[in-house]
Design a protein around this ligand. Structure first.
Ligand code: G1P
Length: 289
């Protein structure tokens, strides 16, 4: 079995649900306490052993590339002022040269199409997908939990978690068949079903480990829900050809693409922050009164 080294992060979306905040700032760069949302996702992937990141970007997303580059003027000024701690933190966060690729999705044709745009960089390797709208707070990173399961069962593994039934139509939903601990065998999956037709309340969270054969399926994938090329539809086909499991991870997910989900993420990460956690908890209590 090939080691999982690469991850695709689709970052081309407009962030329409949090406009106007995202008019000039990519939604992935919105701060969650003291880091851009995207940094949490990159850290999650690193903890899972990911060595190469493929960002599928679009127009007005230049800030993402710059964020992962050196900022010489800033670094020089921090050094000159003796702010070594901040300098060291920035330095340590800079990725090793050659470990990030950026490919462009020129038109918004859906998540499936965005992933397909990364096909040449993925080549014949298994790869992870992390949707950066979703932050997962967990003791062991969500993707690291999935890698453990993947090392056991191989094939394809997607993260799922339960949502209130009335919300299933906003997500991809799986049809579970049998369960072995946190691993679930499936008979199918469907993108954004009406509540009355949803096969369960287990939603696809936005973390995937897939085999490269998905790219061949995506190439000819017809548009599905919302008139977009859906990754879920391509995975449903791959499920008939290769081992495919869902994994109910341990942790809390936050949908940073929505106003309330973003606020929840800020509060969730603030309350356990090593520097300001105690103050944040007191603040939350005060606001709750
Ligand atoms: C995407 C996927 C969906 C998944 C969701 C998780 O939908 O298509 O299957 O459940 O992310 O957030 P989107 O939120 O991009 O509409």
């Amino acid at each position: 079995m090939k080691k999982l080294r690469k991850a695709v992060l689709p970052v081309a979306g407009f962030g329409t649900r949090v406009l106007p905040a995202t008019k000039t700032i990519p939604k992935e760069m919105l701060p969650v306490v003291d880091q851009p949302a995207l940094q949490y996702v990159v850290d999650e992937a690193r903890e899972a052993g990911i060595e190469h990141f493929v960002f599928v970007t679009g127009r007005n997303k230049g800030a993402i590339e710059d964020y992962f580059d050196r900022a010489y003027e800033l670094e020089y000024s921090l050094k000159a002022k003796g702010k070594t701690e901040i300098y060291d933190a920035l330095d340590a966060a800079t990725p090793e040269a050659g470990t990030m690729s950026f490919v462009r999705q020129q038109s918004a044709k859906g998540l499936g199409h965005a992933i397909w745009c990364a096909r040449d960089v993925i080549g014949d390797d298994p790869f992870a997908i992390l949707l950066p709208d979703v932050l997962v707070k967990a003791k062991k990173s969500c993707l690291a939990q999935m890698v453990e399961a993947y090392n056991e069962v191989g094939g394809n593994v997607i993260a799922v978690d339960a949502v209130p039934e009335e919300r299933v139509s906003s997500y991809g939903v799986i049809a579970p068949q049998s369960r072995n601990g946190r691993l679930i065998e499936m008979s199918g999956m469907v993108e954004k079903p009406p509540v009355s037709e949803a096969p369960s309340n287990l939603k696809i969270t936005g973390r995937y480990i897939l085999q490269p054969e998905i790219m061949g399926i995506l190439k000819d994938q017809a548009a599905g829900a919302g008139g977009e090329i859906q990754l879920t539809d391509a995975m449903a086909t791959l499920m008939g050809q290769q081992p495919f499991h869902a994994y109910e991870y341990e942790g809390q997910d936050y949908d940073c693409g929505s106003k309330i989900g973003y606020l929840e993420a800020v509060l969730g990460f603030a309350k356990d922050h090593p520097e300001i956690g105690e103050q944040a908890r007191a603040l939350i209590k005060r606001f709750a009164q």
